[in-house]
Design a protein around this ligand. Sequence first.
Ligand code: FAD
Length: 378
Amino acid sequence: LRPAEALIDGSLDPEQRAFRAEVRAFLRETADQRSPLQVFADRGGATARLYEQLGAKGWLSIAWPTVHGGSGMPLSFEFLLWDELAFARAARPPVGAGMIARSIIEWGTPGQHAMFLPGIRTGTEGYSLGYSEPEAGSDLTGLRTRAVRDGDVYRVTGEKRWTSDAHVGKWLWLLCRTGAPDSRSRGLSLLIVDLTSPGISISPIETIDGHRLNEVRLDDVIVPETHRIGAEGDAWSMIRQALARERHLQVLPGRIERDLEMLSVIWKGLDQDERRGEQNTVTSLFAAALAVRAATLETVLAATHDEVAPLAAAQNKVVATELMQDIARYAARLGDGSALAGAQPLSMIWRESILETIAGGATEIMLETLARSTAASA
Ligand SMILES: Cc1cc2nc3c(=O)[nH]c(=O)nc-3n(C[C@H](O)[C@H](O)[C@H](O)COP(=O)(O)OP(=O)(O)OC[C@H]3O[C@@H](n4cnc5c(N)ncnc54)[C@H](O)[C@@H]3O)c2cc1C
C-alpha cells in the first residue's frame, strides 16, 4: 500500500479492493508500453492505444447506465480507476468518456446514442473540448464562435484556443453561439463537429511541459443539425451540469503521491545532516498530500449532492494544484538543478504543475466560487 492509502483502505469494500487489484495488475502488464512521462507525452500514440485497451475492458464506461452499454457501477469505481492510472502516470481520463458521454446519454436522441456512444465506449473515437476562445476562457458567456442555421445544417465560423487533443481526436465538442451576439449564456448551443470537416484548420500551441494545445479555426464549417445535443440555446445549463459530474475526477491524489515518491528519492540521496535539516518540510508535504486525499474522497462522496459538490471540488482543486507546485518546486530546489532541463520526470512535474492551476478552471475562479458561497451563507 502507498502511505496515503492507509486513509482509505478500511473504507473500501471487497468489490472495490478487487477492482483496484485488477487495475494494478493491468498496469503492471502494460507498464512496458508506457514511458514514465506518459501523462505528458505521446497523447495520440501510446495514450490512444491505452484508451482502446481500457475500452476493451469496459473501463471507459464503468459508471454509465447499463442500457447504454455501461457497467452501471458507482462513481467510486471510476475514481479508483483513474487514481491508479494517475499514480502510474499512465493517462488522464479522456473527456469523451466522462462529461461528453454523460451529456449525450442525458440529452441526446436515440439516434445520437447509437452514433456517438460506441466509439467513446471502445476508446476508438477521441473528443476534444471546444470551449475556450482567444477572448473567452474563464467567462465563456462572451464566446463568439457562431453557428447559423441553413436548412438542416449549421454553418460554423470562429476560433477556439487551448484545445487539447484536437490534433489527435475525431470529434470536437463545440460550444458555440446560435443566439444574438449579446445573448450571453442564453444563446449558446452544443454541436459535435467532425474534426476532418472541410473548413477546419488546426495549428499547434506548444506549452511549457511539452503538452500540445491547439488553435482550431472554423471557416464556414457545415455541421448537420442532427449533431446538435439538446435544444438550441440550451447549452449553458448542460455544460454546467456536465462539469459538475466530473468533479470526482478533477483532482487525482495518486498523481500527487507519485510526485512525492520522486521527492523521497531525492531526499534519501542527501547526506544525513541535510536530510535532518529538510525533514520538517518533507513531512509537511506528505501531511498535505494526506489532506488532499481526504478532501478528494469527500468530493467523491459529495459528487451526487448538488449543493456541496461544487464547493468541495473547488476547494480541493485549489489546495491540490498548489501542493503540486510546492512539491515540484521543493524537489527542484533539493535536487540537481540540471534535472529541470529536458524531458526528465522532475522537469516534467515542475513544468506541468504550472498549468494545473489554470486548466479546468483557474484558481481565482475557484476562490470566487468559495467566496460567493461563504458570503451567501454568512
Ligand atoms: C493545459 C491546459 C489545457 C486546456 N485544455 C482546454 C481544452 O481542451 N478545451 C478548452 O476549451 N480549453 C482548454 N484550456 C483553457 C482553459 O480552460 C482556460 O485557460 C481557463 O479557463 C482560463 O481562461 P483564459 O486562459 O482565457 O484566462 P482568462 O479567463 O483570461 O484569465 C486570465 C487571468 O485572470 C483571472 N480571472 C479571470 N476572471 C476572473 C475573475 N472573475 N475574478 C478573478 N480573476 C479572474 C484568471 O484566474 C487568470 O489568472 C486549457 C488550458 C490549459 C492550461
